[in-house]
Design a protein. Structure first.
Length: 399
């Protein structure tokens, strides 16, 4: 009975999809869309939005359009914007991407990122008619691409990088899934250091020359930790300012998602333009929190940033293993102030951390029986679900 009600509710939701939302700014395209809507005598209400962020916010608030038209011709990160639109809109939302470049490779990239179709502006009447009349939904939205998990710390020294490295190691070594670990703190990042590796120059080269980014370039630039784990990091000269084109990050993440099931990104705490691209691509964001007054303030500020810049991401609040004067706010008081309970806790374990640092290994490998290791494995279950093998064992017959 309950299953029937659930199916009925799901069907009702699909029928509720009405309207065409267009994010376009040139008059020729606007006129073409309005003309096709009139010619087809559609009951849909056509509305125009200024930005994708505003559209996604409205969808979160209950708007349920049938078709979303996005002009990506001037977007610095079209792949990320498409991924965000697909993640928020759902698999049955039809998404039409518009641009000015007529290229088969670009078309395939747009489809893989979640577009139902990609058309060069101004779109033809026949093509728009086919899309608007079509009764089938869009693609799954994944396009076979891997998932991005972004790690951020609300304060320095809360163990964000340690957690990112540990999670990447568990996904790659325990679950045997191809995992990329990316350190976007180009000057002071410690991902490579924690895994006893030389960061090389691959990441800086990729960001300086985005036109060179392809699967072969990435294969050469990444550092092999194991058969299933690769890292991409840098150690730029302190006196060398890095000016990064956000489009380079967009292309880089897309190529990584094509090659890896998981892309773990360790983001620096200072906010840069690249955060918007990474966060808008991430299906999950892990925010490692310190229970101090400053930590509480910055947790609330980061929540606001994510609501505005990455409405599609699933936010996970992690209590860091702070101690002494770094944990001055009570847990219940902290959760009440941020309006959300902690999703997990990572213990303060200096002994295990020291063993990992001395060995140049991920903490779950250096100290597999530590409390921290157990907590990381539980965090992975929350992030990636229960492994298939574990499910099979759980439901296996006793003979």
């Amino acid at each position: 009975m309950a299953a029937a009600v659930e199916r009925s509710t799901a069907t009702a939701r699909k029928r509720d999809r009405v309207g065409v939302v267009a994010i376009v700014h040139d008059q020729a395209t606007l006129d073409r869309i309005q003309g096709v809507i009139r010619e087809l005598q559609l009951d849909d209400e056509l509305s125009f939005e200024a930005t994708l962020d505003e559209t996604l916010r409205r969808i979160h608030e209950g708007q349920n359009p049938r078709v979303l038209v996005i002009d990506l011709s001037e977007s610095p990160a079209p792949i990320s914007e498409l991924s965000a639109a697909r993640a928020v809109g759902g698999s049955d939302l039809k998404i039409l991407a518009l641009g000015t470049v007529n290229d088969v490779g670009l078309y395939r990239d747009m489809i893989a990122a979640g577009a139902t179709d990609y058309l060069v502006k101004p779109p033809g009447r026949e093509q728009l008619t086919t899309l608007f009349e079509k009764n089938t939904g869009g693609g799954s939205g994944s396009g076979g691409l891997g998932q991005v998990i972004a790690f951020l710390g609300t304060r320095g020294g809360v163990g964000t990088t340690t957690a990112a490295v540990a999670c990447a190691w568990v996904l790659a070594e325990d679950r045997k899934q191809r995992t990329a670990l990316v350190d976007l703190d180009l000057h002071f990042g410690t991902v490579a250091l924690k895994l006893d590796s030389d960061p090389g120059n691959g990441l800086c080269e990729a960001l300086e020359q985005p036109s060179r980014i392809d699967s072969l370039f990435i294969e050469r630039a990444m550092i092999k930790v194991s058969e299933t784990l690769r890292i991409l990091a840098a150690e730029a000269a302190v006196a060398d300012p890095q000016v990064i084109d956000t489009g380079a990050i967009d292309v880089l993440l897309y190529e990584l998602r094509r090659k890896f099931a998981w892309v773990i990104v360790d983001l620096p705490r200072f906010i840069t333009p690249i955060h918007r691209v990474v966060l808008s691509t991430a299906s999950r964001t892990v925010l490692v929190c310190e229970r101090s007054l400053a930590g509480l303030r910055d947790t609330i500020r980061m929540q606001t940033l994510l609501r505005e810049q990455a409405p599609q991401t699933r936010l996970m609040l992690i209590e860091s293993g702070s101690h002494g004067d770094r944990a001055t706010v009570g847990k219940s008081e902290f959760e009440k102030a941020v309006g959300k309970p902690f999703d997990a806790t990572l213990s303060y374990d200096p002994k295990a951390a020291g063993a990992a640092a001395n060995a140049g290994q991920a903490l779950p490998m250096a100290a597999p029986r530590s409390a921290y290791s157990r907590e990381i494995h539980q965090l992975i279950v929350n992030l990636a679900g229960t492994p298939v093998e574990a499910k099979k064992r759980r439901f296996a017959l006793p003979w």
